[in-house]
Design a protein around this ligand. Sequence first.
Ligand SMILES: Cc1ncc(COP(=O)(O)O)c(C=O)c1O
Length: 446
Amino acid sequence: MKAIPLPPTAHTPAKYSGPSADQVLALRKQYLNPGLFLYYKKPIMIVEGSMQYVWDDTGKRYLDGLGGIVTISVGHCHPHVVAAANAQNQTIQHSTTIYLQPKIAEFAEALASKMPGDLKVCYFVNSGSEANDLALMMARLYTGNYDMIALRNAYHGGNAAGMGVTAHSSWKFNVPHSFGVHHAIAPYPYRGTFGYDDPEAGRKYADDVKQVIDYTTSGKVAGFIAESIQGVGGFVVFPDGYLKQAYAHVRAAGGVCIADEVQTGFGRTGTHYWGFETQGVIPDIVTMAKGIGNGCPLAAVVTTPKIAQSLMGKVHFNTFGGNPVVSAMGKAVLEIIEKDNLQANSLKLGNHILAGLNKLKEKHKIIGDVRGKGLMLGIEMVKDRTTKEPATAECAAVLEHAREMGLLIGKGGLRGQTIRFAPPMCITQADADFLLEVLDASFAKL
Ligand SMILES: Cc1ncc(COP(=O)(O)O)c(C=O)c1O
């Protein structure tokens, strides 16, 4: 078969001279936790990145269609972000929040300016899991209630709090967790009871939130947490009106609403800066990570001044949260999203790719559903379109074929049946066409 050419790049990678992939694999096996998992039968070792491309140790280039799991928002080693990090690294790297620090204050102001409504107070942490842990605590402290409603098919992190609100058996260890957490039905039109053809699906799925409150709690709840599009769950887009109705039920029961924007924030959905805006709601607390730092360990909880007061009762401290280097990088990311028009690019190329994926669906029977917004697109694979039996092995095979052809993509869903595509938002039309051609060829190889 004729090779599909990757669009050209001006970047020439340095010659890699470090340990080989086999040596690194051996070190990893000996010294790193065996619970860490790897993609691909023959694991790939990425040693350099520039914007939407990465290079492995052999010098082979790939289009990064997953962005380090939805994390590289503006492009690998974006020069503006690198310059901000370098300048800060040479000035002061760490001081903690017990002293005044200009970078964290400037970054908080810039981030708050991107938020709607009264969402104006930031608390910086280091990961999405930490952000969700803090958000749950704030919801409980603020309301004085304990019960939390989360959604099935959700992923919110790997620490105790995050795992508690996560609802995928694959990500939950058999240890005590989820105290006071109740999971409502996932608003998953492709697999759920109410499909794409039901204009009332949003309201009907939200009714389950009310049922869960009425039947499984005291009737008073601390809050509700949901991703704005379920990420690890396979890029599940909620039906219109879902969050609006669900929020109304939660607020009527005394709870606050938390939007987990760890994957959906910063313009990725194209039409809006924040995923929750695609549902026409304003949450009470927003958690963010991944794309906020374009690859540095940075995350945040943003809430209203009133809810933020909930942390005043005790001393609460996070050593690295909002450290000068990550704050400088976070501010640079916000600037570049504006300057490079990345939200508009997400919309334009996202729509282009979505149209292409829908054409692939007509051609390849194994594609059950195509969905997503902006540059957050999923292809759910099924062995049979009637039974919708997940095509887990075939999905893994598509990842392998695409990798051979120079495209890295991800997978998600309870059974690993959904291809996930979330590249840096700087991709071009040529990259989008390359992606579609490679996917077509990968499906054809099955
Ligand atoms: C929606 C969502 N929330 C929270 C997290 C946890 O973030 P972290 O891995 O930074 O702890 C993730 C990670 O994949 C996520 O996708």
